[in-house]
Structures are given as structure tokens and as C-alpha cells.
Design a protein around this ligand. Structure first.
Ligand SMILES: CC(C)(COP(=O)(O)OP(=O)(O)OC[C@H]1O[C@@H](n2cnc3c(N)ncnc32)[C@H](O)[C@@H]1OP(=O)(O)O)[C@@H](O)C(=O)NCCC(=O)NCCS
Length: 178
């Protein structure tokens, strides 16, 4: 872990730095859903919706003045938060993703979420490793679900972290099939 790491909610002034980070990670081509070049108007709308809303949040990781990581989170289904994250290539595997993940779990817990959910490319070993370290489990696979700009259809792994293990489950649950 880097000593001078700061994690905080994003503010308006962070928009350009976060766009640049997302553009760099998207340009790597294999990790996140968004593909480079990013659409500035769409990114702007996404940034605004995350920063301005009570039931969404955007956290950034800073080293000095540099934005080296970001995590956006929002409620999808009631009680279920969904998130996406990225760390600058030069700063990976130093605990910054874990610091953002800790923030996302705390944010979800404070708002009464019963579960966190995400989708990840099956080839993204580092991300799957991070999620499993925090207790997420693989819940299924979406086959040939996402059309990439190349025309390829990519699978996605669905992973979840249940926060509420006390409420009763459905009595109608059948045998597990995944
Ligand atoms: C996935 C990602 C967010 C992880 O962030 P990070 O800061 O590198 O993660 P951390 O340093 O906190 O590592 C936490 C755990 O993740 C796993 N991990 C991280 N990097 C890894 C690597 N290169 N290989 C294997 N496992 C890795 C390990 O389990 C690690 O625990 P460890 O330190 O005990 O080995 C980062 O690699 C990233 O931004 N990748 C590109 C964008 C992306 O894939 N986003 C997620 C899309 S679903």
C-alpha cells in the first residue's frame, strides 16, 4: 500500500482527470466494458449522474494530485449495488483497488444494501482475484452477451457479495444449477 494514497468522493474538478484515466484503461482494450475512444458526452453524463445523486457515488484514488483510480457505484435493483472500477496501469497491485473496494462495501452497507453485484470479463484474472479476496463468488456466466466494436461477442462472469446473510431465503429455491 502506498503511504500517500487518498480515497475520497469525486468532485466536479475531478471530471477531466477521471476521463483521462478511463480513456487510458479503455485503450488497453481488454479490461473494462467501455471501449476507446470514449464518448466525452456520455462520460460527462455518467460522471454527473454519479456525483450528483444520493443513491450513487464515485470514489477516486489520488497520489498527490494524480487520479490513479476510480470506482463508480449505484443501486441497480432495490438493495443491490453495482459498480465498476479501474486503476492506472502504473499503480496496479499495490492495494489501491482493495482500498476502493473497501469504500464500496462500506458505502453499500451504510445504505442498507443486501448485496453487491458486478460483471467481469472471464479473462480478467486480476479483477476476479480482487473480488474473490473480498468474498465475492461467481454466480453465473452471460454467454456471448456483449458485442465489442470488433464484432466479437464476449462472455461475462456475474459475481456477487451477499451482505445480508440473516434474512430468510426463498423456500421455493430449487437445486443450484450453476
Ligand atoms: C482489477 C484492478 C481494479 C485491481 O486493482 P489493484 O489495485 O491492482 O488491486 P490490489 O492491489 O488491491 O490487489 C488486490 C488483489 O487483487 C488480485 N490481483 C491484483 N492484481 C493482480 C494480478 N496482476 N494478478 C493476479 N491477481 C491480482 C490479488 O488477489 C490481489 O491480492 P494480493 O495483493 O493479496 O495478491 C486493477 O488491476 C485494474 O484497474 N485493472 C484494469 C481495469 C479493470 O480490470 N477493472 C475491473 C473491471 S471488472
Amino acid at each position: 500500500m502506498t503511504d500517500d494514497l487518498v480515497i475520497r468522493p469525486a468532485i466536479e474538478d475531478d471530471a477531466a482527470g477521471l476521463f483521462d484515466l478511463r480513456e487510458r484503461v479503455a485503450a488497453e482494450g481488454v479490461w473494462i466494458g467501455s471501449e476507446a475512444p470514449l464518448d466525452p458526452a456520455r462520460e460527462r453524463g455518467l460522471f454527473r449522474s454519479l456525483v450528483d445523486s444520493e443513491d450513487k457515488a464515485l470514489f477516486i484514488a489520488l497520489i498527490g494530485d494524480d487520479i490513479v483510480g476510480g470506482l463508480g457505484i449505484a443501486f441497480g435493483l432495490p438493495g443491490v449495488t453495482e459498480f465498476g472500477m479501474q486503476i492506472d496501469r502504473a499503480w496496479r497491485h499495490r492495494g489501491i483497488g482493495s482500498a476502493l473496494m473497501t469504500e464500496a462495501i462500506a458505502w453499500s452497507t451504510e445504505r442498507g444494501a443486501h448485496k453487491l453485484e458486478l460483471q467481469v470479463w472471464p479473462h480478467n484474472g486480476p479483477a476476479i482475484g480482487l473480488y474473490e479476496k473480498f468474498g465475492f463468488v461467481r454466480e453465473g456466466c452471460l454467454r456471448r452477451h456483449y458485442r465489442r466494436r470488433s464484432g466479437e461477442l464476449w462472455d461475462a462472469v456475474v459475481m456477487g457479495l451477499v451482505l445480508d446473510t440473516a434474512s430468510p431465503g426463498s423456500e421455493l429455491n430449487g437445486p443450484r444449477y450453476v
